[in-house]
Design a protein around this ligand. Sequence first.
Ligand SMILES: Cc1cc2nc3c(=O)[nH]c(=O)nc-3n(C[C@H](O)[C@H](O)[C@H](O)COP(=O)(O)OP(=O)(O)OC[C@H]3O[C@@H](n4cnc5c(N)ncnc54)[C@H](O)[C@@H]3O)c2cc1C
Length: 488
Amino acid sequence: MARVLILGAGVAGHTAAQYSKKLLGKGHSVTVVSPNSQWNWIPSNIWVGVGKMGKKQVIFPLAPVYRRIGVDFHQAKAVAIRPEGDEADSTPAVDIEYTDPGRAGQTERLRYDFLINATGPQLKFDMTEGLGPDGGNSLSVCTYQHAHDTSEKLKDCIQKMREGTRQTLVIGTGHGACTCEGAAFEYVFNVEHELRDAGVREMADVYYLTNETELGDFGVGGMNFAQKDGSTVTSAQWMGQMFADRGIKVIDSAHVLRVDPGVVHFEQLDGSVGSQAFDFAMLLPPFRGVDMKAYDRSGADISDVLFAPSGFMKVDADYSQKPFEEWTAEDWPKTYESPAYPNVFAAGIAFAPPHAISRPQQTPTGNPIAPAPPRTGMPAGVQGRTVAETIAERIKSGDWSHKAKEASMADMGAACIASVGAGMLSGSAATITMGPIVPNYAQYPETGRDQELTQGELGLAGHWIKRLLHTMFIYKAKGLPGWSLIPE
Ligand SMILES: Cc1cc2nc3c(=O)[nH]c(=O)nc-3n(C[C@H](O)[C@H](O)[C@H](O)COP(=O)(O)OP(=O)(O)OC[C@H]3O[C@@H](n4cnc5c(N)ncnc54)[C@H](O)[C@@H]3O)c2cc1C
């Protein structure tokens, strides 16, 4: 019997667990370690953050699902990987620390034959003084609880406007090295819609504060959208028009220096330093890998063998740190296998990207204006499934060096749907699709992307798709009949 151990039960880890069990059946064990008892469809946290959905609509308990499908579940966090085992036993292992209230603080060493690290991001609010909801002065929608708390603050804000007090709302990124600008864009778009819906839009000043050097960069160097008349519109022009139409003011190229109560201080690429007072600020944190160590058999620290300095896991990518001008789509990982330990994989946000896609820049004082590559849900799910398939083939064939399956972000598309409104007829959405995520100039010499797949559209259809995806992905994650027919 082979043992597959999966760290993390988010999009990548949970998908990997479902496919591993489906492909391997009862003859092999699949174990998931994750600190939260709940699964969360994070993209819908945006709707929780404006009060359009309750937090219970975006979560469900993991334990009953895993019990039903035959996956062992430990509500715990992984703290160390021992890919060579320990002095007593050479079987690879992971040290875990329970977060389950019944066993909180207890530790255990779990052995594995194959390991999937799908631990996602660590939310690094502490990289900016005063950032974040826990002890800081800004709000977040990164977790369902953050999003719920943020929606309460938004309600207060709307109430104050109804009572005649003008309010300033600042939404965006809380550090120059943030990723996930798509989520910030979706949130500002939703908040602006809520203010109009509540009849208080004219009482609000809405700012979008971003580390992008121009709107629509999204950490992918922007996009070109082909128009029906054969012309091209850049994502910067497209988004600029949308923001102008909605009266959303933009502070771009900004690294947040500090968030004081009611004031955000920032430095921009040209060195200018500014401050913006606010009544409500939702600023996303930068990400890094979760805190995990790695040790060799003798107990020596080999964390730098498994992990990049960002804390994300090194996989089959080119990490040679070549100049920005020289990178190619080929540098991006395909199999997500650790070069040091071929039975260790990282899927989703947990793997270390080889380089930035948007040109990283610095302010005169050395602060980063460097939108990091986006780490979206579809690639995370596809990577989780692909890695599970590789492992299942290796276990079933008995050939543990069997060629790995591939899923490169230089071949994969992504979509960002900023959908507003709750009704099927009254909703609307700004839908951006791109393919591939990592520009591939060898295949698409002009823009690096397939113009058929790279589009920006405003309308009701995107709203329907987003609402449908919410229902479909939660259905799939619950492992209900036919779940594997729903694509990632
Ligand atoms: C507000 C917001 C909106 C978004 N909207 C979209 C969208 O519209 N479309 C889209 O495609 N993407 C969107 N994304 C991105 C999407 O949520 C991520 O791409 C996706 O969640 C990544 O999946 P993952 O499995 O890598 O990480 P996660 O889903 O974050 O999962 C990580 C898992 O690891 C667990 N974990 C953490 N530490 C440990 C540890 N030490 N040991 C074991 N387990 C651990 C966590 O508890 C979690 O279960 C959004 C993100 C945010 C924040």
